[in-house]
Design a protein around this ligand. Structure first.
Ligand SMILES: O=C(O)COP(=O)(O)O
Ligand SMILES: [Mg+2]
Length: 219
């Protein structure tokens, strides 16, 4: 029994730090800041797309040189951006409950792998997840199913469940043919019914039963 998690907006509420890193980059360029709500809407497709969206929102234009500068600076700020990040309520307890119930855990995120590892270490989770793939770990990233498939394969295969907060996660799970549990309190942009999912939840305490229900019935 494998359970694979998305990271930003699913296990952790990292948008306040991403927002602060984004606004530090914008300030360096003499550009106006973006709001936390705007940051929510830019997250999901990895850091490269995030900075593209950021530049366009703040400058209204895209300039290759500025974009390259902003990307490099963003990654630098991102590396240590933990102070405002919080684990969602109930996540720690639920991870322990899942482990006790025999689930093995992995992460499939579009966050670059270096800040991913840094934030996991910050929360004492450096060893918590058996396999962790970031948005730049493979040539493709979500919604391509390859990273999710790779996490499952590297964990040895078998029945798996994916847990995420976004349209991108839903699309990834569907393409990988992995049952999907949608955490509704993250950074999704669409109403819950518009996002393909098998089960939805807003309280982490509900996840163990939901995950169980998503496994294929024993023959
Ligand atoms: O960094 C992003 O764009 C999204 O990260 P996530 O895949 O963990 O939600
Ligand atoms: Mg997410």
């Amino acid at each position: 029994m494998l359970i694979v998690f998305d990271l930003d907006g699913t296990l952790i509420d990292s948008a306040p730090d991403i927002n602060a890193a984004a606004n530090a980059v914008l300030a360096e360029e003499g550009l106006p800041p973006v709001t936390l709500t705007q940051t929510h809407s830019f997250v999901g497709m990895g850091a490269g797309v995030f900075v593209e969206r950021l530049e366009l929102a703040a400058a209204k234009t895209s300039e290759p040189e500025r974009l390259a500068r902003m990307r490099a600076s963003f990654l630098q700020h991102y590396e240590t951006a933990h102070a405002l990040t919080r684990i969602y309520p109930g996540v720690r307890e639920t991870l322990t409950a899942l482990q006790d119930a025999g689930w093995r855990m992995g992460i499939c995120t579009n966050k670059p792998i270096s800040p991913t590892r840094a934030v996991l270490a910050h929360f004492g989770w450096a060893e918590r997840f058996e396999v962790v793939l970031g948005g730049d770990s493979l040539p493709s990233r979500k919604p391509d199913p390859a990273p999710l498939r790779a996490v499952i394969e590297q964990m040895g295969g078998g029945p798996a469940v994916y847990v995420g907060d976004s349209e991108v996660d839903a699309e990834t799970a569907q393409a990988a043919q992995v049952p999907f549990a949608l955490f509704t309190e993250g950074y999704r942009k669409s109403p819950v019914p518009a996002i393909a999912h098998q089960r939805a939840f807003d309280s982490w305490a509900d996840l163990p039963a939901i995950a169980e229900s998503l496994l294929p019935n024993p023959a």
